[in-house]
Design a binder for this molecule. Structure first.
Ligand code: ATP
Ligand code: MG
Ligand code: MG
Length: 558
C-alpha cells in the first residue's frame, strides 16, 4: 500500500529516528476498551497506528502496532466486544500478529507498582467518599483541599491497601490516591485516584480482584511494559499527559511519548460508544451492526468496503485541531470505490407491469449487458427479455410535462440494452383508479437499443422480465439523525433528534436473474438507483435482501 501523506506525528517520529531514540524502533498501539463496538472514529485511530507500523517497517529497530484491550472496568466489558473489535481491525486489513495484549494481564504488576508508590510516600488510602473527593478537589479557579487521610503513615497505607485487595471493605469504602499536589492548576494532578474497590466479576480475571486500577494508572504503564515508543491518543488526554509522565517517572520505567491528535467527528451521527449503546439498548436501531450505525460492523453491513474506509481515514488527515467532517465526504469515498468496482445490474424497486402487445407470447431473448460499461474486459451478463416486464413505477406518468423524458401515454423510451417501446394504453384498477399495467408496443428494428431510422428517444429505463426476475427486499437508508450535531444541546436528549425516516423497507422488488447467486456482502450498482449490498445477516438464497449503501449522486448537495 502507498505510504500515507505526512503529518505532524510522522515528522516527530522522523526526528526521533534521526536522533537515535528508542533504539530506532517505532512501536505504537491501538488500545480500545472492550465496552462496545468500534466506530469510524476508532478506525481513524487504528488506521493511523497500524499505518505507522506499516510505513516504518524499515526503521532500524523495527516497527509494530499492538492491539491492547484496555479492560480495567469489569462492569461494562464483555468477550463479545473483544471478538467484534478483532474482527473489525482484521476486516480493515491490519494484523497485530502475536501482539495482542490485555491491561488485565498487568494487574499484578500494577498492584506491585501501587505498593511501590505507597512505600515511597507517593500514594495513600483515602476514606473520603467519591462525592467528598470531588468537592475537595476544587475547581479550575480554586485550589483543592487536602484529604484528612492524606498523612497516613506508609505502614498504615500498606496495611489498608492490602485489606482493600483482600476484600475487607465494600465498594466505595476506600480508594488509593496518588499524593501529588492539591493546588496544581491541572485538576488531574490533584491526588488522582489509582484504585477503587469493585466487587465485580471480570471477564478475564474472574473474581481474583475486587480492586481495579483506574485508566490513568493503567494506560501509561501498559504502554511502558510493552515498550511502546509513541502512544497516540486523542486531544482530551492532553491534560492527562503530566500525570502519564509522573507515574512513569516515579516508577523509573521505560518512558513512551504520549502524542495527541484531534478525534474524528462526523455530522448527522453520534460518535461515542455510550450513545451508540443507548441506541442499541433502546431499540432505536436493530443492533450494533444496524446499517445506519457509524460502527464498523454497521458500515460493513451497509456495504462500505475496507478500502473506502482506509481512504477516508487517510484523506481526512491527522491534525491537532478538532473539526467535524461532513458525512457527504464519507459517502463520496464509498461511491468512488463502488463506481469503479461494483458490477452493474438492473433492479426495479417499485414495479409497474408492462405488457408488450406485439411481442410473441412465448419468446424469450437474451441480451448481453456489460458488467461495467467503462471496463469492457469484465465481460457481460445475460439479461432475459420477454413479453411481460416490470419498469419502475416512477418512470411512468400519465399526465407528463414536456420535460418528462420517461414513459407516458403515446411516448417512446428505450429499455436499456433492449428495444424502444411506446405506451399505447394505461390499465387502471376500476375501484382505486391506480395504474396497474401499461400496454405497450415495441419496435423490433430497435434491437440493442438503437433504431436504424435514426429516431431519437430521450429516456432510457431499467427493467426486468417478469417471468425471470427474482423477488427481493430492498432497504433504503437515510441519515440516522435530523440535525448536524445531535448532542449539541446538553439539555436535549440526542435521541430526540433521530430521523424517523432513516429506514425504508421495500418488499416485492424485482431484480434481474443474474443476481440469483449473489453472495452476502457482494455489492452492485443498480442502474439509475444507487449502490447496493447483499445483506450479510438476512439475505438467503431465495430471499434476497439488499441494503442501499449510497445513492448514485449526493442527493443532499445544494
Ligand atoms: P468512545 O467515547 O466512543 O467510547 P473511547 O475513546 O472511550 O471512545 P476507546 O475504546 O478508549 O474509546 O478508544 C480506543 C482508541 O480509539 C483510543 O486511543 C481513542 O483515543 C481512539 N478514538 C476513540 N474515538 C475516536 C475518534 N472519534 N476519533 C479518533 N480516535 C478515536
Ligand atoms: Mg477510552
Ligand atoms: Mg468513551
Amino acid at each position: 500500500a502507498p505510504a500515507a501523506p505526512s503529518n505532524f506525528i510522522r515528522t516527530l517520529i522522523d526526528k526521533d529516528l534521526a536522533a537515535g531514540k528508542n533504539d530506532g524502533a517505532v512501536i505504537t498501539r491501538f488500545p480500545p476498551e472492550p465496552n462496545g463496538y468500534l466506530h469510524i472514529g476508532h478506525a481513524k485511530s487504528f488506521c493511523l497506528n497500524f499505518g505507522l507500523a506499516r510505513d516504518y517497517a524499515d526503521a532500524p529497530g523495527g516497527a509494530r502496532c499492538h492491539l491492547r484491550f484496555d479492560d480495567t472496568n469489569p462492569v461494562k466489558e464483555e468477550q463479545e466486544y473483544i471478538d467484534a473489535i478483532k474482527e473489525n481491525v482484521r476486516w480493515l486489513g491490519f494484523d497485530w500478529g502475536e501482539h495482542e495484549y490485555y491491561a488485565s494481564d498487568y494487574f499484578d504488576q500494577l498492584y506491585a507498582w501501587a505498593l511501590q508508590l505507597i512505600e515511597a510516600g507517593k500514594a495513600y488510602v483515602d476514606d473520603l467518599s467519591a462525592e467528598e473527593i470531588r468537592t475537595y478537589r476544587g475547581t479550575l479557579t480554586e485550589p483543592g483541599k487536602n484529604s484528612p487521610y492524606r498523612d497516613r503513615s506508609v505502614a498504615e497505607n500498606r496495611e489498608l491497601f492490602e485489606k482493600m485487595k483482600n476484600g475487607d471493605y465494600p465498594d466505595g469504602a476506600k480508594v488509593l490516591r496518588a499524593k501529588i499536589d492539591m493546588a496544581s492548576p491541572n485538576l488531574n494532578m490533584r491526588d488522582p485516584v489509582l484504585y477503587r474497590i469493585l466487587h465485580a466479576e471480570h471477564h478475564r480475571t474472574g473474581s481474583k480482584w475486587c480492586i481495579y486500577p483506574m485508566y490513568d494508572f493503567t494506560h501509561g504503564q501498559s504502554d511502558s511494559l510493552e515498550g511502546v515508543t509513541h502512544s497516540i491518543c486523542t486531544l482530551e488526554f492532553a491534560d492527562h499527559r503530566p500525570l502519564y509522565d509522573w507515574f512513569i517517572e516515579q516508577l523509573g520505567i521505560h518512558h513512551p511519548q504520549q502524542i495527541e491528535f484531534a478525534r474524528l467527528n462526523i455530522n448527522y451521527t453520534v460518535m461515542s460508544k455510550r450513545k451508540l449503546l443507548e441506541l442499541v439498548e433502546g431499540g432505536h436501531v436493530s443492533g450494533w451492526d444496524d446499517p445506519r450505525m457509524p460502527t464498523l460492523a454497521g458500515m460493513r453491513r451497509r456495504g462500505y468496503t475496507p478500502a473506502s474506509i482506509r481512504n477516508f481515514c487517510e484523506r481526512i488527515g491527522v491534525s491537532k485541531k478538532g473539526s467535524c467532517v461532513d458525512i457527504g465526504f464519507l459517502e463520496s469515498c464509498i461511491r468512488e470505490d463502488l463506481d469503479h468496482n461494483a458490477p452493474r445490474a438492473m433492479a426495479v424497486l417499485n414495479p409497474l407491469r408492462v405488457v408488450i402487445d406485439n411481442y410473441p407470447e412465448d419468446q424469450v431473448e437474451e441480451f448481453q449487458a456489460p458488467v461495467h460499461p467503462q471496463q469492457p474486459e469484465r465481460g457481460t451478463r445475460t439479461v432475459p427479455f420477454s413479453k411481460v416486464l416490470y419498469i419502475e413505477r416512477e418512470d411512468f406518468m400519465e399526465e407528463a410535462p414536456k420535460k418528462f423524458f420517461r414513459l407516458a401515454p403515446g411516448r417512446e423510451v428505450r429499455l436499456r440494452c433492449a428495444y424502444f417501446i411506446r405506451c399505447e394504453e394505461v390499465i387502471k384498477d376500476p375501484v382505486s383508479g391506480e395504474v396497474v399495467e401499461l400496454r405497450c408496443s415495441y419496435d423490433p428494428a430497435s434491437r440493442g437499443g438503437a433504431s436504424p431510422d435514426g429516431r431519437k428517444v430521450k429516456g432510457t429505463l431499467h427493467w426486468v422480465s417478469a417471468e425471470h426476475a427474482l423477488d427481493a427486499e430492498i432497504r433504503l437508508y437515510d441519515r440516522l439523525f435530523l440535525t448536524e450535531n445531535p448532542s449539541a444541546d446538553k439539555d436535549v436528549d440526542f435521541k430526540s433528534q433521530l430521523n424517523p425516516e432513516s429506514l425504508q423497507v421495500l418488499s416485492g422488488c424485482k431484480v434481474e436473474p443474474s443476481l440469483a447467486d449473489a453472495v452476502p456482502e457482494s455489492r452492485y450498482q443498480f442502474e439509475r438507483q444507487g449502490y447496493f449490498c447483499v445483506d450479510q445477516v438476512d439475505s438467503v438464497a431465495g430471499r434476497l435482501v439488499f441494503n442501499r449503501t449510497v445513492t448514485l449522486r449526493d442527493s443532499w448537495a445544494k
